[in-house]
Design a binder for this molecule. Structure first.
Ligand code: MN3
Length: 198
């Protein structure tokens, strides 16, 4: 039985960049719905409850067809949002440090070049989806709640569904993406980067 994880900060803590209204709606309603519907699907095939969610998502072919779409969409929604809250922090300092920063600069030329590339890819997602930073520091995008797990779990992800920004930014996804950089939890991204390399 999956449960909605608590936020590790106050709903209003990111307010300057992402409002408390959005955080309540996104966490308490959207994410809770993914959790509820995932649990309903798994009740139909209880043996799937013994496997890790990330294993199901990485091996959707092994999930019975009767619940495959639900696991993909609702399970993906639960997995993605559970990470997304941890990738946000009210105490973001705007830039990574240490080995992650060095590696990003090596791959993209500068941290700003990485930011520009990731932002452009986020803006180019048509409709609902996500933009990801993968363990090899490549950038990927997916539609809906799909998760790119081919080379390991993403180390950073940005939700570009309209529900993530419309209350604050209307149709201006670019303003949302620009604001989001201010609340990225770089220590958490670096922790994931280092543990994916080991
Ligand atoms: Mn969302």
């Amino acid at each position: 039985m999956y449960k909605l994880p608590d936020l590790e900060y106050d709903y209003n803590a990111l307010g300057k960049y992402i409002s408390g209204d959005i955080m309540h709606l996104h966490h308490d309603n959207h994410h809770q719905t993914y959790v509820n519907k995932l649990n309903e699907a798994l009740d139909q095939v209880p043996e799937l409850k013994e496997r890790e969610l990330v294993d199901l998502l990485a091996n959707l072919d092994s999930v019975p067809e009767s619940v495959r779409a639900a696991v993909r969409n609702q399970g993906g929604g639960h997995y993605n949002h559970s990470q997304f809250w941890k990738w946000l922090t009210p105490t973001g300092n705007g830039e990574p440090t240490g080995q992650l920063k060095e590696a990003l600069v090596k791959k993209y030329g500068s941290f700003q070049d990485f930011v520009d590339e990731f932002s452009a890819r986020s803006l180019a997602v048509f409709g609902s989806g996500w933009c990801w930073l993968l363990p090899d520091l490549s950038i990927a995008t997916t539609p809906n709640q799909d998760v790119p797990l081919e080379i390991g779990e993403p180390i950073l992800g940005l939700d570009v569904w309209e529900h993530a920004y419309y209350l604050d930014y209307k149709y201006n996804r670019g303003d949302y993406v620009k604001a989001w950089w201010n609340v990225v939890n770089w220590p958490e991204v670096e922790r994931r980067y280092l543990s994916s390399a080991s």
